[in-house]
Design a protein around this ligand. Sequence first.
Ligand SMILES: [Zn+2]
Length: 113
Amino acid sequence: MHELSIVESLLALVLEHADKAEAEKVVGVNLVVGELSGVVDEAVEFYWDFLTRETIAKDSRIIFRHVSARLKCRKCGEVFLSSENGYICPKCSEQQVDIIAGRELFIESLEVE
Ligand SMILES: [Zn+2]
């Protein structure tokens, strides 16, 4: 489970930002998760609850925002999202596409008190 190390680094970042903002409590974390990041929400939540127990992020929740993969057609250069037409070019039906984005995983914003 690679989620554990991911959550550890996310938490470190969250606590660093919360500290800078002089927050007393972290209430929520808005997390952007790319479709191809390979991260499972439930695993992230599980480790989050576990790792935050002794921190000011205790009882905070993660709000997941899933983003589609961004693809580029190798034939016509069309850029599209996987949510539009899967992994097939919507313009020329080519199946050879390059992945431009979709593996991202980052904190979009924090809710603190
Ligand atoms: Zn195309």
